[in-house]
Write a protein that binds this ligand. Structure first.
Ligand SMILES: [Zn+2]
Length: 114
């Protein structure tokens, strides 16, 4: 068995059996998310003052988030930001609460209540 084959088998087995793998890949995703956010804003804090990383999100200021996510599946969105392939001037950092408030504002505009 070549070294490459050995590594491939080893990694396949590791992903299947290691309870650490889930945590590990989750952390890798989390660090990618934070690196992407740092490209958008140097100080990760919402306009309301919340700065807990676990509740901060990337906000699309022109509300094309769902479209963007469709075109850049999964981690590609973060990778494109980190690598500078995606511009960030239509992005902001908001906490989940403010992000929802922004989305509600848009929904209310689209479907005004009489
Ligand atoms: Zn906020």
């Amino acid at each position: 068995m070549s070294r490459n084959e050995y590594m491939k088998n080893y990694m396949r087995n590791y992903r299947k059996t290691s309870p650490l793998y889930k945590i590990h890949s989750k952390n890798a995703n989390e660090s990618r998310r934070i690196r992407a956010m740092l490209k958008i804003k140097l100080v990760l804090v919402c306009k309301c003052g919340r700065n807990d990383l676990s509740i901060l999100e990337i906000h699309h200021t022109n509300n094309n988030g769902s479209e963007d996510r469709k075109n850049r599946k999964g981690d590609k969105f973060y990778d494109d930001i980190i690598q500078g392939r995606r511009k960030t001037d239509d992005l902001d950092i908001l906490c989940v609460v403010c992000n929802w408030e922004e989305q509600l504002k848009v929904l209310k505009k689209l479907h005004p209540l009489e």
